[in-house]
Design a protein around this ligand. Sequence first.
Ligand SMILES: [Zn+2]
Length: 473
Amino acid sequence: MSLRLYDTAARAVRDFTPLRAGRASVYVCGLTVQGPPHIGHVRSALVFDVMRRWLTAGGLEVTYVRNVTDIDDKILAKAAAAGVPWWAWAYEHERAVTRAYDVLGILPPTYEPRATGHVTDMVTLVERLVERGHAYAIGGDVYFDVRSFPGYGTLTGQRLDDLQPAADTDSDDRKRDPRDFALWKAHKDGEPATAAWPTPWGPGRPGWPLECSAMAGRYLGPEFDIHGGGLDLRFPHHENEQAQSRAAGDGFARYWLHNGWVTLGGEKMSKSLGNTALVDEVVEQVRPVELRYYLVAPHYRSTVEFTAGALEEAGVAYRRLESFVRRAAERVGSGCAAGGAAAGTAVLDPAFVAALDDDLRTSAAVAVVHDTVREGNSALADGDDARVADLLGSVRAMLGVLGLDPLDPQWASGGDDQRLTSVTDGLVALALEQRAAARARKDYASADAIRNQLGALGVQVEDTSQGTRWELT
Ligand SMILES: [Zn+2]
């Protein structure tokens, strides 16, 4: 495998060599389930879904963990404000997040641990840190002693003395260093009793970075290949994760990947700024597959400025690809056609492979798909069915890696929709037969009337040398 990835910790592109031959282990920080997801939230899951598919396409057996942070200050605060139990709030939004992932075709992770299900692992990790002299308890809180660990700051290339005090605690005066961050937070008056677990230091709840360190260790072992997350998680979240795990003696992540932000009006999309576009709202404006294309096509480290115009352009670009796939499949079939290869077995275009191997450069990979579709459209126009079948196989294989194959069951509607589709197909075919009959008897007025009525219903009819085609506009 010749995959190269930009490792944030090394601040360089590095050859990807998995820890265990033939396998890849990946941990991606999931969402804190505190509200309905906006498209900035899901970009991370989407870009790492593509990375996972690419690792799999490269022959690796991928173990992919994405957690659910279901206990957190924000969840407690929002649930209290709404007057509902914190766990009810968390479950409701976890379901909303899962729906958003599903609707965008993000493959379910191998494991999707909830933080609240792994408190024992977290307490064990804190105990290891206390034993090794990297953590200390004060009044039920347990802090990580940043000065005890020389590697603190290396992930983000910061010197300890330049860092601001940790912002995750109110009172600094009891800490050994103001930069010490909370591993464990003592239960406070006024917090729900259900949001506290017993520990040797008294009842309390975990700090956020501790959750990820413990869950990564639980499912991937002390050392694993890739840790992913949004750019904003680098510091302090990931710096703290790495410090905790390494100070405890674990190798932890070997590569760190961070995706860029989605901005709206030039600012990072964020609930607190009020500049968000919820996934539920956006998929009312465009089809989910078009939203996926919009978020997957730019390189994962670039910033995506969300605008209605750009979203619409992405939809148009995707429909160009889709139109070829549907027309070609209609002509030569979607499986193993004459001289062609099925999507699953087609050899990937070397330019596409090179693009994704170059730090997952999806922008270049998508350009290769568009080039291939242009060739495919020419082959369709030439009536070269063997060539059409080849190019269809190639396009579907490439789009499959990106999770964008229009013929994938994810995007083909099922059940009633499929029945409606077949009825529509039949009715349009009937109308076109009548139109052909009208033309055959030189009744052009009737033929045009049928065409116009279909057009008014959104069925665009096109006469080609290969016969009459139609598509929904
Ligand atoms: Zn995390």
